[in-house]
Design a protein around this ligand. Structure first.
Ligand code: IP8
Length: 247
């Protein structure tokens, strides 16, 4: 059973304070991972107050590239330092985590199509390690370097590793309906278009509509849930909102 789990940047960092880990939230997530009984787990984390702060500072986004090497490196370095912290805490909890940095693997062509070979990740998994990837900067033909979100890393991993389950642990307990209740299951975008909004254009930084759209295209079911449901997700239970375009 191959599971891809993203820990949202807002979950593991204090988004209000630049480059600050949310110690309690990260420790709780690490404990849930350490207690899970999974043979093939890949982790991804978002940027939170590390990557997004530096990306804003240097004017780099999903669509705006940069050729300023020190600026691009500062974004990557912030993500690497957050990754170091996540990996170190996983080690303290006995999890055989090893980092995989998208900057060194991935590239986009001039149409922004992503190429990200997964040989190292797949081999690490096969050898019993827990690869830990993250949102990052990647080279893009004609644009210098642009951002790759943790969500895009997750969909690449889910497809490339033929994942059985995908989880996005975010600060909210699932996708809300108009009345503020968590929607248990989404099997088409039309079901939630009114609630989430139809436009991609306003959603380039990875809002809920874009997450749901991308997850609907996967072969594997995906769960969007909050930190309280992380242990349940890792135990194979249904958590938060299940997004399953094949259902
Ligand atoms: O928090 C963003 O990843 P995300 C990564 O998953 C950077 O959107 C470098 C800002």
């Amino acid at each position: 059973m191959t599971v891809v789990l993203k820990l949202g940047g807002s979950v593991v960092t204090d988004k209000e304070t630049p480059e600050t880990v949310d110690d309690d939230a990260l420790d709780a997530a690490v404990e849930a991972v350490a207690e899970a009984d999974l043979d093939r787990l890949v982790l991804v984390h978002g940027g939170g107050s590390f990557g997004h702060h530096q990306a804003d500072k240097h004017g780099v986004s999903l669509s705006a590239g940069s050729r300023d090497a020190p600026g691009v490196w500062a974004i990557h370095d912030a993500m690497r330092r957050l990754n170091d912290e996540v990996v170190a805490r996983l080690h303290d909890a006995g999890v055989p985590a090893l980092p995989v940095h998208p900057l060194s693997l991935a590239a986009r062509d001039a149409d922004a199509a992503l190429s990200m070979p997964l040989d190292s990740t797949a081999t690490l998994l096969g050898e019993g390690f827990v690869p830990v990837l993250h949102g990052d900067v990647v080279a893009q033909a004609g644009a210098g370097a642009t951002i790759i979100s943790g969500d895009e890393v997750v969909t690449r991993l889910a497809r490339g590793l033929d994942a059985d389950r995908v989880g996005l642990c975010s600060t909210v307990p699932g996708v809300y309906d108009d009345a503020g209740a968590v929607i248990p299951r989404i099997s088409s975008f039309a079901e939630v278009e009114d609630v989430l909004g139809a436009s991609d254009a306003t959603d380039v930084t990875g809002g809920m509509a874009e997450k749901v759209r991308a997850l609907l295209e996967l072969d594997s079911p995906a769960h969007i849930f909050g930190p309280d449901d992380l242990a349940a997700f890792l135990a194979g239970e249904s958590a938060g909102t299940v997004v399953d375009g094949d259902a």
